[in-house]
Ligand binder design. Structure first.
Ligand code: HEC
Length: 159
């Protein structure tokens, strides 16, 4: 478990832009976090995505712990899908589009299943209207998995 002070740091790093409604920031150091799974959205956005998680989130995935404990943070990174200039059948990341965050704090975010949401473009949060859509979609489809779509992707030959 993260100490309360560390949880607060993950959810609201000082001076960082925060999402409307939830007050979630892009967590420091997320680019070094462990990989959980990739995703591809064909239509309408045509994006490649990667979901990473902090230690609390990854430990919960590995142990099959649901709901995720407080302090778990998931970050989804997305890029436009481009055909590889080097090998036509392959797709590669084009321009970066969004960074999205889900931060677990079952008390603070009791009204949204215990998760606070943030969507950022170029480091800045998008508007309230977009943040009003987050919980509805996650709740409508994956409530039974603690509102989390992404399943842990085990690499070939590893556990
Ligand atoms: C219309 C449905 C929909 C809406 C609206 C939506 N999401 Fe998601 N979200 C998904 C799907 C599907 C995934 C699984 C990964 C993928 O396919 O990109 C996902 C994955 C995520 C993840 C990775 C953890 C997980 O659940 O797999 C985060 C973080 C996330 N979304 C944040 C947000 C935020 C922030 C918003 C609002 C600004 C939002 N989402 C709105 C459908 C939605």
């Amino acid at each position: 478990m993260l100490a309360p002070a560390m949880l607060a740091a993950a959810v609201a790093a000082a001076g960082s832009p925060t999402s409307p409604i939830y007050g979630v920031t892009i967590p420091d150091g997320y680019r070094q976090w462990e990989f959980i799974a990739p995703a591809l959205e064909a239509e309408p956005l045509d994006e490649l995505r990667i979901v990473v998680g902090n230690r609390t989130a990854v430990d919960a995935y590995r142990a099959g712990t649901l709901p995720f404990p407080d302090g778990a943070v998931l970050v989804k990174l997305a890029w436009k899908r481009l055909q590889s200039p080097d090998f036509a059948p392959a797709s590669v990341p084009g321009p970066a589009t969004t960074v999205q965050v889900m931060a677990k704090d079952s008390r603070k975010y009791a009204a949204s299943g215990g998760w606070g949401y943030g969507r950022f473009i170029d480091g800045q949060p998008v508007d309230v209207a977009q943040h009003e859509t987050c919980f509805a979609c996650h709740e409508g489809r994956v409530k039974d998995r603690d509102y989390v779509f992404t399943r842990y992707a085990v690499p070939s030959g590893l556990r």
